[in-house]
Design a protein around this ligand. Structure first.
Ligand code: ARG
Length: 632
């Protein structure tokens, strides 16, 4: 199909704009086959005003640079676009270019003004100071762009070609309490799942449960000591701390128990039926408890993604065999190891990935190698994400390198460590309970909901008891998630109920409240003026006032932000975008009456801005796994 012959349905995008972006256009939504849909898929791309201005200015600066240097192939110039106090943007590249080309920056700016190919988006350009170019946008063009964004299911985001993406996340350990690290992995992993599924990718969720290995000897023996009924009760109620600690204590205190535990490991590894039955019991009970936590957190984990370490047991020997055949295995101290180049310990000695231990057992690294092999070879994953704490970074990098050496992980497929920092208590130390234990995640979530309920009850007496409870649930869970996702992923953050539940600042309750407020304004205007939602959604969007323009510019950033976050998986950037959007909305609402707008046309246009804001906030929050109540 010839892209060039298709009419672009977007009146605002001139032919030059389409051409400029043509290299970036990819055929997306290939499942939509009708002509209209293809046309839509190929021609429809809302790029933000900022991106458009950047492209226009880059073209102009590049042309000037090529003219001055008489080099038609000189690299494109970054226009150094910034926010401006005097206009919407300023392009500052003239200064650096002048230095490099030994010219006067004002002359360069003047040359740029001569060659620049503006389009209807740009209202005016002028040179200021030593050679800044101030750029003012035409409000009229923004309205058209917003209407396009409103008409698109993905709010103007153009998804890239469909990929198969495996997300390894949550991954608690059986018969052990989930800790806050698992909470982070679960929350961040869930946001990855939501964002990438929303874009139409094939997402395969993998909960790489720690369900195999030597600790199971002692855990099974402890289970037998307690009796099955008693043990299963303890585990399914979520007293995983107590169970694990008691087993560990016995193991340390009694030689007799140690021997039993060791023998039990041997029976487990040799596939003894009774031992396997007891092992499964431990797994099932722990899974029940994990499912309960997932349910409380409202994450998209339904049990089908439990593909624990034990799932790769049959793959371990073939994986090792393949590595051997590739000549990648060396024996060291009786263990079969792979030494990926570039990894060494403090003394400069090469670090091994131990594939098979001296005693013949396979460990954590072997399982990860088998999993990587399966995910790339059998599942044909294009992108592998490992949502795991930062301390495991070296382990994962070594696994990826081994995968590359074995030829399993090869471009265009990628493996990325979605690393995250620790959760700290108010004292700045690792977040623990007062007794020094791991905090039970279900207690944590419950406390957040209870605290949210107290605030909601006080602030929203007009809501029914039931609705208040629902809102408290959304706010409590939302607060825990948002506190995590709005801080920079790789940094540590302090777990602080008061801060995460505050109604002011960059918090879930603030964002949820902002959304509910927009909705309530829309409801009020619809009721008092007899306007329908359809009328609003068909209304022309007219951008005139400065505050309208500022809000429009935020709304039009959505697709760019999503594009960035899909690559970086740094969700705090989405959170700060939503916060900026909510802030722009507040300023807009303070200076532009909606319900009491001067005329019907303005009222409808402003209501359309309100509805698009609400939808953008709601979409953004839902990608973070957070619900947005209609009222609060
Ligand atoms: N169960 C591990 C832990 O609790 C995390 C597993 C991470 N995933 C992986 N493929 N290694 O630390």
């Amino acid at each position: 199909m010839n892209v060039g012959t298709l009419p672009c349905r977007h009146a605002v995008f001139s032919a030059s704009c389409a051409l400029r972006s043509a290299p970036k256009l990819r055929l997306h939504r290939p499942d939509t086959v009708s002509f209209a849909a293809c046309q839509y898929a190929i021609c429809y791309h809302v790029i933000s005003p900022e991106q458009r201005v950047r492209a226009i200015m880059s073209d102009a600066f590049t042309q000037v640079a090529r003219n001055i240097g008489s080099d038609p192939a000189a690299a494109p110039v970054d226009p150094v676009l910034q926010a401006s106090r005097h206009a919407d943007f300023q392009a500052n590249a003239a200064m650096a270019m002048a230095k490099a080309l030994k010219k006067n920056p004002r002359e360069i700016a003047a040359d740029v003004m001569d060659v620049v190919q503006t389009d209807e988006l740009i209202d005016k350009l002028d040179v200021a100071g030593p050679g800044f170019i101030n750029i003012t946008l035409a409000p009229g063009a923004l309205g058209g762009m917003l209407e396009e964004q409103r008409a698109d299911a993905l709010l103007g985001y153009e998804p890239p070609a469909k990929q198969t993406i495996v997300i390894d996340y949550s991954a608690p350990n059986v018969a052990k309490e989930m800790h806050v690290g698992h909470l982070r992995s679960t929350i961040i992993g869930d946001a990855c799942v939501r964002l990438l599924e929303w874009q139409g990718h094939e997402v395969l969720r993998r909960n790489h449960l720690g369900d195999w290995g030597t600790p199971f000897g002692m855990l099974i023996e402890h289970l037998l000591d307690l009796g099955e009924t008693e043990a299963t009760q303890e585990l399914s109620q979520g007293d995983l701390n107590g169970f694990y600690r008691a087993a560990r204590q016995k193991f340390e205190a009694s030689e007799e128990f140690q021997t039993r535990a060791r023998n039990r490991v041997v029976s487990l590894q040799s596939g003894d039926a009774e031992t396997l039955r007891l092992w499964k019991l431990l797994i099932e009970q722990s899974q029940k408890y994990f499912m309960q936590v997932y349910g409380q957190l409202e994450v998209r984990l339904d049990g089908s993604e439990f593909v624990g370490e034990s799932a790769y047991n049959d793959e371990l020997a073939p994986t090792l065999e393949e590595l051997r055949q590739l000549g990648l295995i060396q024996t060291s101290d009786g263990a079969e190891c792979l030494f990926p180049p570039g990894f060494s310990n403090r003394d400069g000695e090469p670090l091994p990935l131990i594939v098979r231990k001296r005693d013949g057992g396979y460990g954590y690294a072997a399982t990860d190698l088998a999993a990587l092999r399966q995910r790339t070879q059998a599942l044909h994953a294009d992108r592998l994400l490992y949502v795991v704490g930062s301390p495991q970074s070296q382990h994962l990098e070594m696994v990826y390198e081994a995968g590359r050496m074995a030829g399993w992980l090869k471009p265009p497929a990628t493996a990325e460590h979605i690393a995250f920092g620790s959760v700290l208590g108010a004292d700045g130390k690792m977040f623990k309970s007062r007794t020094g234990d791991t905090i039970r995640l279900s207690d944590l979530v419950n406390e957040a909901i209870e605290r949210a309920a107290a605030t909601i009850d006080e602030k929203n007496p007009e809501l029914s008891t039931e609705e208040r409870a629902q809102v408290a649930q959304m706010v409590g869970i939302g607060a825990v998630k948002y506190a995590d996702l709005s801080s920079e992923r790789t940094r540590d953050y302090v777990f602080d109920f008061d801060r995460m539940l505050a109604l002011e600042g960059n918090t879930a309750p603030y964002m949820q409240y902002a959304h509910a407020r927009v909705q309530s304004i829309v409801r009020r205007a619809m009721a008092s003026h007899g306007i329908t939602a359809d009328e609003i959604d068909q209304a022309a969007m007219i951008i005139a006032d400065d505050a309208e323009k500022a809000l429009a510019m935020q709304l039009l950033r959505f697709a760019t932000v999503i594009g960035d976050v899909s690559d970086s998986l740094l969700f705090h950037r989405l959170a700060s975008y939503l916060f900026d959007l909510a802030t722009a909305y507040s300023s807009f609402y303070n200076s532009c009456p909606v319900v009491d707008a001067p005329d019907a046309e303005t009222r409808l246009s402003r209501l359309a801005l309100c509805r698009l804001t609400a939808r953008t906030l709601e979409t953004g929050l839902s990608l973070l796994g957070i619900r947005a109540p209609e009222r609060m």
